[in-house]
Design a protein around this ligand. Structure first.
Ligand SMILES: *[C@@H]1O[C@H](CO)[C@@H](O)[C@H](O)[C@H]1NC(C)=O
Ligand SMILES: *[C@@H]1O[C@H](CO)[C@@H](O)[C@H](O)[C@H]1NC(C)=O
Ligand SMILES: *[C@@H]1O[C@H](CO)[C@@H](O)[C@H](O)[C@H]1NC(C)=O
Ligand SMILES: *[C@@H]1O[C@H](CO)[C@@H](O)[C@H](O)[C@H]1NC(C)=O
Ligand SMILES: *[C@@H]1O[C@H](CO)[C@@H](O)[C@H](O)[C@H]1NC(C)=O
Length: 462
């Protein structure tokens, strides 16, 4: 005889309940994500594209796929005027029509899934990553890597460790342990970036990239707004030991173990210096000590960091040109914002920075795009298509990852797992009892399908 048991289940915090299916999916136009504008762009060095543009591709050595990436990047950069060069240093790189170089948008987000793009297989928010054993990260990210959007650079991982649980962005991190954070980040990066079959390529500067991933925010950034100090004015006072053991460790692992192709500096100052203008943090540590390898990688600012430097921190009373010059000299390659494009030319003319600093950055940026296949295409991914999005295999992996991230703290009277033969009535109570989008977290991709807790339990008891 079946007993009637009534459960009160209060869903104030909801963990992942996405059991997705193939229903209702549609592929978005990949070009709208990757190359903003030229909607029929396949890859830059496509001969028919050049002939459509009335240009002869053979005039441009940067399109010669037989040459090494650094030679090709240099050829491209050397053809540009100063005015053309500085216009490529912002996230909205405008391109150079007379060279057949299209515009490129460097900014997109992918904390877990490509933000606001989908539907695609949804992976849980990042904070359960702090509890996931065994680590599922690499294969997990292999299946999230967005099919058909391979020419994209993604700002990815909030991978600074969590110091204060009151920080509003705690959920975007894999927790407080610098080693776990570093392991999560480097595996995530491997999954996103690595092209199968190229693991053993020895020249890291030309190793192909599936997507270019970016670890952020560097460094000691975890304050949003506290006691009247916000992240645009925050000056983190950190001892050298704490800096290296806690705040820098995950970034070091992201570079050395993950071979990441980009690092993003943060809005705050560390011990009095804005991170994006600090040559010790950027050039000396990232490129020097950790050897973020030579030219196939870049350092990018958080969006409008230079504006924050001038108007928030009022750093050294800098003008826009001063800030651009300082950041370039510190080793910042790309400005997510418009300070570099707007003020760098003046900075050069005023003798504040040398053109060779700009050339160094541009060369690094174009080698990343060459590694991505932006110039030559990437035929091994041509067979990917709709069938690879929201596939059953990927959904199972997402479910497995979500399960690994759940910790059962208490199970009074062995209530769990629920027994659907015994439970005939179940009350689901709370603000998120019928939640769908509220469950996905922020900077998330759009799931294949939503199942609310209410529906999931309803399916269970019927
Ligand atoms: C896109 O195609 C149109 C016509 O098919 C052509 O005129 C145009 O030049 C092409 N654009 C690029 C960037 O190849
Ligand atoms: C890379 O090297 C490892 C160790 O030698 C080997 O097991 C693996 O098969 C190699 N991978 C490829 C794609 O060659
Ligand atoms: C940069 O220049 C653009 C175009 O002239 C302008 O719209 C924008 O406001 C400028 N930004 C700054 C910070 O000066
Ligand atoms: C657990 O079971 C005992 C014995 O049946 C009962 O007295 C107690 O109320 C139960 N606890 C809960 C939280 O249901
Ligand atoms: C749950 O939400 C859906 C829309 O997301 C709505 O159609 C449905 O009526 C809601 N159910 C309840 C019991 O409120």
């Amino acid at each position: 005889m079946a007993t009637t048991v009534t459960f009160l289940f209060y869903f104030s915090i909801v963990s992942s309940f996405f059991i997705s299916s193939n229903a209702g999916r549609k592929l978005l136009d990949s070009e709208s994500v990757s190359t903003s504008g030229a909607s029929n762009l396949t890859y830059v060095c496509d001969p028919s594209r050049y002939s459509n543009l009335g240009l002869d591709m053979s005039d441009f050595a940067f399109c010669d796929s037989k040459l090494p990436y650094d030679v090709r990047a240099k050829d491209l950069v050397d053809r540009m005027t100063l005015t053309e060069k500085v216009k490529q240093l912002g996230n909205k790189a405008v391109g150079v029509p007379r060279l057949g170089l299209p515009k490129y948008e460097w900014w997109s987000e992918a904390l877990h899934g490509v933000s606001n793009v989908g539907p695609g297989t949804y992976f849980d928010d990042v904070i359960p990553g702090a509890t996931s054993f065994p680590l599922l990260f690499s294969p997990q990210q292999r299946s999230t890597s967005p099919c058909g959007r391979r020419l994209v650079r993604l700002f990815q991982q909030k991978q600074e460790p969590l110091r204060d649980p009151r920080w509003g962005r705690a959920t975007e991190t894999p927790g407080e342990d610098p080693y776990v954070v570093g392991a999560y980040a480097s595996n995530y990066v491997r999954g996103l970036q690595d092209v199968e079959g190229t693991e053993n390529v020895t020249d890291l500067n030309s190793r192909p990239l599936k997507v270019s991933s970016c670890c952020k925010h560097y460094a000691a950034y975890d304050v949003d707004d506290w006691l009247g100090v916000d992240r645009y004015h925050f000056d983190a006072k950190v001892t050298e030991q704490d800096m290296s053991e806690t705040f820098l460790k995950p970034f070091e692992m992201c570079i050395k173990d993950g071979d990441v192709s980009s690092i993003m500096c943060s809005y705050n100052k560390v011990n009095g210096i804005p991170t994006c203008a600090d040559p010790k943090l950027l050039k000396d540590t990232i490129r020097g000590d950790w050897d973020l390898h030579g030219y196939g990688s870049n350092i990018v600012s958080d969006c409008d960091s230079l504006e924050v430097m001038v108007n928030g921190h009022k750093w050294l009373g800098d003008t826009g040109a001063d800030a651009a010059a300082q950041a370039l000299k510190a080793g910042l390659d790309l400005d997510c914002g418009d300070y570099y494009p707007n003020f760098t030319e003046t900075a050069v003319k005023d003798g504040k920075v040398k053109v060779k600093e700009i050339d160094r950055s541009l060369n690094q940026l174009y080698v990343v795009l060459l590694r991505l296949g932006f110039f030559d295409g990437n035929p091994i991914y041509n067979s990917l298509g709709k069938k690879d999005v929201c596939s059953q295999e990927h959904i199972e992996l997402a479910r497995e990852a979500a399960k690994e991230g759940i910790v059962l703290l208490k199970n009074v009277n062995e209530t769990l797992p629920f027994n659907s033969y015994k439970i005939k009535k179940l009350a689901i109570v709370g603000p998120h009892a019928n939640a769908t989008t509220a469950m996905i977290g922020n900077y998330a991709g759009i799931p294949c399908k939503f199942i609310s807790p209410l529906d999931a339990f309803r399916n269970m008891v019927k």
